[in-house]
Design a protein around this ligand. Structure first.
Ligand code: PMP
Ligand code: GLN
Length: 380
């Protein structure tokens, strides 16, 4: 038995969702919204399921979807892409797995930023690589070029960055992305950029893709997710975007992970990327209202809520809220005794975890948020 899997803990998202079900708690933990998708996309999927596509599509993805992804990013992010840059995957999770397995050889080092989305480090280890963690200082969570530079060694192969950032809700600024780009170019590294939250922007700041920075298109692998863009997290249609030569290798890595992804959902996503632009701004406004409602309710209950610029998450600073900075203990008591599931941030760290923060999901109907706020009021 491979000890990597034998000793691997259950993901914090799964753990907290199971606890929410067990205790009948409001689930503000795992990030899934209970609204927010364009209704027509469901009809498109149903039509494709009933009348069109149910057999293996090409492993690389339906040409229609690959073209739609390329076109979407040409229009929204100014990326110079064609369908030969795109590989469709089973969610961004598989995209990340394919990218990491394709790039990281045994002994290679991968730089990640902590708190880091929980999939990165286990995937690097699965490839035989070594994780080098750069800690973002709480509560500002800024990326500093010196810290990235200091993490580079002669074995460094990739930098993995997530923008907008889960779990903090930060939208990294152009200067912070530029800092990563400078280090990558100086040391000839590839950047894997997990941009699944690219459309979940809650303020006026625009999103800048890593691949749009000067000199970065040729050394960037971008991961995207229809589950996030269309608030349909169970759909598990994602993609990789990379220079064509690299995309060919990524296709090989994808070939023996999932081989292909459901063609009917690919059809619907292709439709959504091409036709769904008018729905993006109202969707953002609706999520921003959810953030404001949850943040105001938590503040009224005495919690110190950190700003959230993107995603559907915000974090609470336990010490600044006058509580013991033990995120796991808080989350456990909240779900068991107060009836609300939240996500502790310590599982997002490799070393010396930051224990003072929990994450809450505001992508919920008002009634759910209000029930969550009432339970959080009880939890302190
Ligand atoms: N990366 C990040 C940062 C995420 O937050 C998520 C899911 N919430 C994923 C990847 C996985 O996306 P998917 O469900 O498309 O596999
Ligand atoms: N990405 C989701 C979150 O942050 C969870 C995804 C999962 O459960 N694997 O909550």
């Amino acid at each position: 038995m491979n000890p990597l899997f034998e000793q691997m803990p259950t993901s914090v998202f799964e753990r907290m969702s199971l606890a929410a079900t067990e205790h009948g708690a409001v689930n503000l933990g795992q990030g899934f919204p209970d609204f927010g998708w364009p209704p027509e996309i469901l009809a498109q999927a149903a039509e494709a399921l009933l009348h069109q596509s149910n057999q293996y599509p090409p492993s690389r993805g339906l040409p229609r979807l690959r073209e739609a992804v390329a076109d979407h990013y040409r229009r929204h992010q100014g990326l110079a892409l064609g369908s030969d840059h795109v590989v469709v995957t089973s969610g961004a999770t598989e995209a990340l797995a394919a990218a990491i397995l394709a790039l990281v050889e045994p002994g290679d080092e991968a730089i990640i930023f902590a708190p880091a989305y929980d999939a990165y480090a286990p995937l690097v280890r699965r490839a035989g690589g070594v994780v080098r963690e750069v800690k973002l200082a709480a509560p500002g969570w800024r990326i500093e070029e010196q810290a990235v530079e200091a993490a580079v060694s002669d074995r460094t192969r990739v930098i993995i960055v997530n923008n907008p950032h889960n779990p903090t809700g930060r939208l990294f600024g152009r200067d912070e992305l530029q800092a990563i780009a400078a280090v990558a170019q100086r040391h000839d590294l590839i950047v894997i950029t997990d941009e699944v939250w690219e459309h979940l922007l809650l303020g006026s700041e625009p999103f800048v893709s890593m691949a749009a920075l000067p000199g970065m298109a040729e050394r960037t692998i971008k991961c995207g997710s229809a589950g996030k863009i269309f608030s349909l997290t169970g759909w598990k249609i994602g993609w990789l975007v990379a220079p064509p030569g690299l995309a060919r290798v990524l296709t090989r890595a994808h070939q023996y992970l999932a081989f292909a992804s459901p063609p009917n959902l690919q059809q619907a996503v292709a439709w959504g990327l091409a036709e769904g632009d008018a729905w993006l701004a109202p969707m953002r406004a609706r999520f921003a209202r959810g953030r404001d409602r949850l943040a105001a309710g938590l503040a009224a209950a005495g919690y110190a809520v950190l700003p959230s610029e993107a995603t559907y998450f915000c974090c609470v600073d336990l010490a600044a809220s006058g509580l013991a900075p033990d995120d796991e203990a808080f989350a456990q008591a909240a779900v068991e005794q107060a009836g609300v599931a939240v996500i502790p941030l310590s599982p997002f760290y490799e070393e010396a975890p930051e224990r003072g923060f929990v994450r809450l999901c505001f992508g919920k109907q008002d009634a759910t948020l209000d029930a969550g706020i009432a339970a959080m009021t009880k939890a302190r």
